[in-house]
Ligand binder design. Sequence first.
Ligand code: GLY
Length: 557
Amino acid sequence: MRFYSVSSYWVVLLLVLVVKAGPIEARVAIASAHPLATQAGFEMIEQGGNVFDAAVAVSAALAVVEPAGSGLGGGGFWLLHDAEKNNSIMLDGREKAPLAARTDMFLDEQGNFNPQASKNGALAAGIPGLAAALVHLSERYGRLSLEVCLQPAIRYARQGFEIGPRHQKLLRFRLRALQKNPTAARVLLDHGKIPAVGYVLHQPELARTLELLAQKGRAGFYQGEVAAKLLASVKRGGGIWTQQDLDQYQVVERAPIQGEYRGIKITSAALPSSGGIVLTESLNILSAFPLAQFDAVTRIHVVAEAMRRAYHDRALYLGDSDFVDAPVARLLNPDYAAGRRQNIRLDRALPSAYLSETGFEADAGKHTTHFSIIDDKGNRVAATLSVNFPFGAAFMAEGTGVLLNDEMDDFVARPGTQNGYGLIGGAANAIAPGKRMLSSMTPTFLQDESRVAVLGTPGGSRIISMVLLATLDFAAGYGPDSWVNVPRFHHQYIPDQIQYEKGGLTDDEIVGLKALGHRLKEKGYRYGNMQAVQWNLKTGRLTAASDPRGEGLARVR
Ligand code: GLY
């Protein structure tokens, strides 16, 4: 008897220790750009919620604690997988152009582009989708009520949270624009100046807006008190929103882009994001190259050549599929990739001018946010959310705490004119009333015979190349810690150069790539903020990793 009881005691103790240590009973893995957002997700799991409840809580919490990246005034894409139904969908909560928007709305009478107007202030803002997406996600997929899922965000907004160095750095980046908007300055700045790290940011008006959303669902945001305040502020700020815009805003469930690379199933964002298409086309082009056998220089060269071609197609063909007939099937066809691959030479870079006469230029910022969640049944969420530039349009609607996005800048204001990130496109991404602007956000699932991965990152046009590099790292057998650490380089057709993050290429790689004819541009910083989780199908083990470049938190519980 005694023997059995002691033994049972040790068995129980051992089980408890194993459980605490990790894999056996680790039910959910969450990685997000802010520890409080990750914590909000786990709060839902602890209350009996599922990964979709956690996704609602994380999204709402990020809107409060990382206002530079996303928010109720913005939108995003939630890639969802319901394991029981074995079904993946993309929830499209992307902003839409207001109904009064016009193709030439950012051009003056001489036809000159006014880049300030599409980036700062109320005219830059598309109709937000985040609030509608949270309601949809909660009602359609969650187990808990929306009210419960929004509680952590409401708490963070009302009780405040300490700002970190990243928040402070992004405030500095947008300081002048924020100072021009008295409401944003009052809420986000400390007497008009950058607050110190550790400053407690209280957002009582945002807490009230979240409470109304929690109580009334979409009517709490798109109608009534909040809607009236949004519309009044937008009007005063020179914007063009109407109640009809808010009433008509709808999220859309879309079929994700599906691809395959060396036995790995790719599931990623569909239009109006270019992410999944550019990612899959790049991988299709790369699939015929023995990357693992190449030396580092040849490997980077070939990957950059694939990026060059896929980004070229992005610029030429892609826009909101509700408005334009984008040739998606052709771009994803392996035969098309074979054609694109034909003029890739191992001994020489092909100048972008040889692909087309059109000039394109691009850069990428530190905006947007991503989080990844998976449970040990395989239910999962990859969500990339954005207000575009850090702190969006730097315009807060009075009395709401809602910072408006500046996603209108993701449209092509005029063919041949660069947007805020230097991107140029064609008619497919021209402004039209009610249209969604082309995105680069790339929330992605990867699956091979033994692993399921959920990943994504912020980073403007470089989002897609970052997810591509992480996918190649997954294909090489590495795990989340490695994907988020991979040194980053990027080619997007024009400028005709390989951009790389600070320290992203070795001296030998730089010499070798120059010898192949590549122009190189080192960025003065490390970029991206990847959040990734993995479920090992053979061991059941969950793992999670948060990009060391950011201040996020990845945990398994
Ligand atoms: N606003 C960034 C993107 O959607 O690509």
